[in-house]
Ligand binder design. Structure first.
Ligand code: DX5
Ligand code: ZN
Length: 232
């Protein structure tokens, strides 16, 4: 088991209360959340619609939290410049493309980094991890889907923990590529995800935005779970 490691938490903003977005983001900041996970969906690559880039411009007007745009769309390369111009242009921002929906992966990943932001790649549960072999050095973050993309609240797919460990072994030790898990992050799954080898968790409807409590209380509870058990 990896000991007392540093981890980051990203809040899946599609789960926020959009009538109170500014207040929610303020609460995420006070809770010490590290970044905002921003789900973009086109109704084609996934069966629903998601967020649009003008929301990033709005968030930027009141927050400096890093934003990671998770592009669950076909041909995401066509939208890179639009997102950069909408405010996804700070050094810790990430543009994440799906391996299953992107032609010329290496080319787009290089283009993302050339804009001075981080490049991410998302991998669906049924996609073999070998797709990452030729591009792993071009990637700052691998977003491993633990659910079918596009379905908030979907139960965790079996085999996810082993897949995290397999991915960890695939990342060469001389690069700093991080592993983030998207979907199925709950108060019961989070600890095992971290010990299996992930660096970051996308927190949505089951943790940070769990309607049974406030954002701050939920985040405190999640941190306690990750930190106490990390000393076992
Ligand atoms: C799913 C999205 C996730 C989602 C998290 O396609 O990418 O970000 O909001 O899911 P839950 O809320 O189930 O953890
Ligand atoms: Zn996502």
């Amino acid at each position: 088991m990896r000991n007392k490691k540093k981890y980051t938490l990203s809040a899946s903003i599609i789960c926020a209360d959009f009538m109170n977005l500014k207040a929610n983001v303020g609460e995420l900041e006070r809770a010490g959340i590290d970044s905002i996970h921003f789900d973009v969906m086109d109704g084609l690559f996934v069966p629903r619609y998601g967020l649009f880039p003008e929301i990033i411009t709005q968030i930027r007007s009141f927050s400096r939290l890093p934003i990671e745009a998770h592009m669950m769309v076909r041909n995401s390369e066509n939208y890179l410049r639009l997102f950069i111009n909408s405010g996804l242009n700070q050094p810790n921002d990430v543009f994440i493309v799906h391996t299953e929906a992107t032609y010329q992966l290496k080319k787009i990943l290089r283009k993302i980094r050339a804009y001075g932001i981080k490049a991410g790649v998302a991998v669906n549960p049924s996609t073999p991890l070998e797709v990452l072999d030729p591009i792993i050095r071009e990637v700052d973050t691998v977003l491993l889907m633990a659910i079918k993309p596009g379905i908030v609240g979907h139960p965790l797919i079996e085999g996810t923990f082993d897949r995290i460990t397999d991915l960890r072994e695939k990342i060469p030790s001389d690069i700093r590529t991080t592993i983030a898990i998207d979907g199925g992050v709950s108060f019961t799954s989070a600890f095992q995800m971290m010990t299996a080898g992930s660096d970051s968790l996308v927190c949505g409807s089951q943790t940070v935005f769990n309607s049974r409590d406030t954002i701050i209380a939920n985040t405190t509870k999640l941190r306690a779970i990750l930190e106490n058990t990390a000393h076992k």
